[in-house]
Ligand binder design. Structure first.
Ligand code: CDP
Ligand code: MG
Length: 692
C-alpha cells in the first residue's frame, strides 16, 4: 500500500516590488477620508473582533488611501484574508456609498456571490437585500436601499448593457480575478474603457495569486498594487510514495485515518465533481457505523455549486463541540469560499475542466491534473488558523510535473453568448479587443459563425434588429434564447416559456437508487415519444395545474420540487423579459395549449437548435450532421441515459446539450424531428448537406 511522505511546506506570502505597506502612509494622508455612520448593531463585540483579526484589517487605511488617490488598485492576498467580505465594508464605512452611489463586487461563481453577501449582511447586522444584496441570473435579492451589491461577473456585464457607464456605482470590485473566468476577463476589458470616461469611478481588482504585473501592464502606470501579508501557518505536505490507484478510495481511507488518529481539526477534501462527492459522502456514512466508538463524532457535508441555501449554511456554520466536520468539496473551496476551522486538507490532485471543440461544437468535461498554483492554494486552506497538514493523493514526483497555472477559461470555451454581449455593447471589432489574454481565433470565428447562422448577426457582423438585439437582452444561451423569441411567429409563446424555463434548471426527474421501477412508472406518465423538451413541458403543466405546485405532489412522483419551483420563477421572469421587449405574451396557459399542434412546437425548437442535428445509426448511436471540417471519428454520439430518448427510437433528432465525458460523447435534451424541418428552418445552413 502506498504511504505518505512528509515534506515541509510553508506557503509563501506574496511579495511585490511595488508593494505599498501600511507604514509607507502617513496618518495625515488618511485624515481627509470620509467616514460613514456606524450602526450600534454593527458594533457587536464578537463580530467586530472577528473582523479585526483578519489579515486585511491592518491594511484598511492603506487601501482606503490608495483608492482615494488612484483610479485602479490591484489587491493581492491569500484566500481567507478578508478581501471579499471586508473590502466592500471598508468602502461603505468610508463613505463611498454616499450620494446614492453603490459598490459592486463581482464573483465568478454564484455560490460565492450568495454566500459572501449573506456573510456581509450578517456582519453589518442587516437583512439580505437591504443594505447588502446580491444579484445572480434569475435571482435578484436587492432593493433601493442596497449599497453593497454582490453579483456574478456575468450580471455586471448585463448591467453595462443597460447603464453603459455604470453610473450607479462609485466603486467596482472585480473579485477572484485569479480564477480568470470568461466574464471577468471581458469585464476587465470593458471597464478599461469605462474608467477613461468616468474619472471618478474607482476599480479594485482583487486576486489570490500574483498576476499583478500582467494587470498593471494592462491598466497602465497609474495602477497601484497592494499586497496583504496574511499570516499563514506552516502546512506539512504529505505525498504518496507511489501513485494512488483510485483517488476516491484513497480519499475515504485518508479521511478515516485522520479521523481515528489525528488530533481535532476539520477536514476539507477536494474531489472533481458531484457524483464523486456523493459517493464518498455515502460511503463515509456507511463506514461510520462500523468504526469503534470515538469521543469525536463525524459531521459529513458536501459542498458544490448548486447546493441549496440550507445545505450551504451547514457547511459554513461553526462545528459543534466534540465533532469533526468533514467537507467533501469540488474546486469551489479552493479559493472562492473560505470555511473556518480546516486543519487537514486532502487533495486528489485533479479538477474537472471544461473545454470546447469549436469545430464540432462539443463541450467536454475533462478530469485534468491540477496546476501547481492550485495545489498550493488547496494546501494553503489547511494553514489559516494554525499549522495544518495537506495529504496530497499524488507523489512528490507527480507534484513536480504539474503545470504552472490553468489556461484562462476564455481560451477554451464556447464564446457565442459572451460575444453576443460584447456586440450589444457596441464593440464592433472583436479581433482588436484589448484583452488580458486574447482567445484563439478559432473560438471567436466559430462563435461568430453560430451567431450569424442564428440570424443574430448580419453579413457585416452587426447585431440584427430586432432579433440580435433582443437575443442579447434575454439572459439565456443564444440558441435557447432564439427559440423563445421565435415562439411569437410560431404562436407558441407559452410552450416555449415553459420549455426554456425547464431547460434552465437541473434535471427535474429524480432517479433514486432504490425504487427505480416505481420512479420510472411515475415518470412515464409525463413522457412522450417526441422527446425531452415536450416531456418537460408536460411535467411543468402537471405540476402547476394538477399538482398545484405542491411539494408532496412532486415528491410522490419522483420529481425535484426545488427545480420545479425554480422553473416557475424563471418562467415568470422570462415572461417579463418578453413583455419588456414588446412581445405579446398571452395570459392563459391551459387554454391555448390544446390549440397548438405538437409539430408547431417542435418546429419552433428546430428554429434555434437546427445546427445541433444528429441522425441515428444502426447500432443505436447517432452521428452529428454538421461536422464541418471536424474530425468525423468524433462525430459519433450517444444518447445520455437520463434522456427520455434513451429508450426510444428516432431517425433524426436535435439536441440542446452535448458533452464529452471520458471516451464517449453524450447528447441530451433531445427532440425527434423530420429531416425536412431542418431544411425549412435553415435553408442556407443545410444546402450543402442536403444529400446526406
Ligand atoms: O476573499 P478572501 O478569500 O480574502 O476572504 P473572505 O471570503 O473575505 O473571508 C474572510 C473571513 O470571512 C473568513 O474567516 C471566512 O471564514 C469568513 N466567511 C464566512 O464565515 N462565511 C462566508 N460565507 C464567507 C466568509
Ligand atoms: Mg474571496
Amino acid at each position: 500500500m502506498s504511504r505518505f511522505r512528509n515534506v515541509d511546506f510553508t506557503p509563501a506570502a506574496p511579495v511585490l516590488k511595488q508593494d505599498i505597506g501600511k507604514d509607507d502612509l502617513s496618518a495625515e494622508a488618511y485624515d481627509g477620508l470620509r467616514t460613514a455612520s456606524v450602526s450600534s448593531e454593527f458594533e457587536r463585540a464578537s463580530i467586530k473582533m472577528q473582523r479585526e483579526m483578519l489579515p486585511i484589517f491592518r491594511y484598511r487605511d492603506s487601501i482606503l488611501y490608495l483608492i482615494e488617490t488612484s483610479q485602479v488598485v490591484v489587491l493581492i492576498g491569500h484566500t481567507g484574508s478578508g478581501k471579499s467580505t471586508q473590502l466592500t465594508q471598508y468602502l461603505y464605512e468610508a463613505g463611498w456609498t454616499n450620494k446614492e452611489k453603490s459598490i459592486a463586487c463581482t464573483q465568478p461563481r454564484r455560490l460565492a456571490a450568495t454566500s459572501v453577501a449573506a456573510r456581509v449582511a450578517a456582519e453589518l447586522g442587516c437583512e439580505l437585500g437591504d443594505t447588502v444584496g446580491y444579484s445572480i441570473r434569475f435571482e435578484d435579492v436587492t432593493s433601493r436601499k442596497t449599497r453593497i451589491k454582490y453579483m456574478t461577473d456575468g450580471m455586471l456585464l448585463r448591467e453595462i448593457l443597460i447603464d453603459p457607464l455604470l453610473s450607479h456605482y462609485s466603486v467596482i470590485v472585480i473579485d477572484e480575478v485569479h480564477e480568470r473566468s470568461t466574464y471577468t476577463d471581458i469585464l476587465l476589458c470593458v471597464l478599461k474603457r469605462i474608467i477613461m470616461r468616468r474619472r471618478e469611478l474607482r476599480l479594485i481588482i482583487s486576486s489570490a495569486t500574483l498576476q499583478a504585473d500582467e494587470l498593471v501592464n494592462f491598466f497602465g502606470n497609474g495602477t497601484k498594487i497592494i499586497s496583504i501579508e496574511g499570516k499563514m501557518y506552516p502546512v506539512d505536505m504529505l505525498y504518496l510514495t507511489e501513485p494512488a490507484e483510485n483517488y476516491i478510495d484513497k480519499t475515504i481511507e485518508t479521511i478515516l485515518k485522520i479521523h481515528t488518529s489525528e488530533p481535532p481539526g476539520d477536514i476539507l477534501a477536494f474531489l472533481t465533481g458531484r457524483d464523486e462527492i456523493a459517493q464518498v459522502v455515502q460511503e463515509l456514512h456507511d463506514r461510520k457505523l462500523s468504526l469503534p466508538t470515538l469521543d469525536n463524532d463525524m459531521l459529513i457535508l458536501a459542498l458544490y455549486a448548486g447546493l441549496s441555501q440550507e445545505s450551504q449554511r451547514e457547511v459554513f456554520d461553526p462545528t459543534p463541540e466534540n465533532t469533526r466536520k468533514i467537507i467533501i468539496s469540488t474546486n469551489i473551496a479552493e479559493a472562492s469560499v473560505t470555511i473556518d476551522g480546516i486543519v487537514y486538507v486532502i487533495d486528489c490532485g485533479f479538477v474537472k475542466i471544461r473545454s470546447y471543440d469549436p469545430r464540432l461544437r462539443i463541450d467536454s468535461l475533462v478530469v485534468t491534473p491540477i496546476s501547481r498554483a492550485s495545489s498550493i492554494q488547496r494546501a494553503g486552506r489547511a494553514g489559516r488558523t494554525r499549522s495544518g497538514k495537506c495529504f496530497c493523493l499524488y507523489t512528490e514526483l507527480g507534484a513536480s510535473q504539474l503545470s504552472e497555472s490553468t489556461v484562462p477559461e476564455i481560451q477554451r470555451t464556447n464564446l457565442a453568448g459572451p460575444l453576443l454581449q460584447i456586440k450589444a455593447l457596441g464593440i464592433e471589432n472583436i479581433a482588436r479587443l484589448d484583452m488580458v489574454s486574447p482567445p484563439p481565433i478559432e473560438l471567436v470565428s466559430s462563435a461568430l459563425d453560430l451567431l450569424y447562422n442564428l440570424s443574430a448577426l448580419d453579413d457585416y457582423a452587426k447585431l440584427t434588429k430586432p432579433l440580435g438585439e433582443r437575443l442579447a437582452e434575454i439572459p439565456l444561451d443564444p440558441m435557447l434564447g432564439k427559440i423563445l423569441l421565435q415562439s411569437q411567429s410560431y404562436n407558441c409563446i407559452n410552450q416555449m416559456l415553459t420549455i426554456t424555463a425547464m431547460m434552465s434548471v437541473e434535471n427535474v426527474f429524480i432517479f433514486p437508487d432504490h425504487n427505480h421501477h416505481a420512479a420510472d412508472e411515475q415518470h412515464e406518465k409525463f413522457i412522450v415519444n417526441e422527446g425531452d423538451h415536450l416531456s418537460l413541458f408536460n411535467v411543468y403543466q402537471a405540476f402547476t395545474v394538477r399538482g398545484k405546485q405542491s411539494s408532496k405532489w412532486a415528491h410522490d412522483r419522483y420529481l425535484n420540487y426545488r427545480a420545479l419551483s425554480q422553473a416557475v420563477s424563471i418562467r415568470r421572469q422570462l415572461s417579463r423579459y418578453l413583455s419588456k421587449l414588446g412581445l405579446n405574451v398571452p395570459p392563459a396557459l391551459a387554454a391555448d395549449v390544446v390549440n397548438v399542434r405538437t409539430e408547431t412546437v417542435v418546429k419552433c425548437i428546430v428554429s434555434g437548435f437546427f445546427p445541433n442535428a444528429a441522425k441515428m445509426q444502426p447500432d443505436g448511436s447517432f452521428r452529428l450532421v454538421n461536422v464541418g471540417d471536424g474530425d468525423p471519428e468524433k462525430s459519433v454520439v450517444w444518447v445520455h441515459p437520463s434522456s427520455v430518448m434513451f429508450t426510444r427510437k428516432a431517425e433524426w433528432v436535435i439536441y440542446s446539450q452535448i458533452v464529452q465525458m471520458g471516451e464517449k460523447t453524450y447528447i441530451n435534451g433531445i427532440t425527434k424531428i423530420e429531416r425536412d424541418w431542418l431544411l425549412e428552418a435553415a435553408p442556407n445552413f443545410y444546402q450543402i448537406t442536403k444529400e446526406r
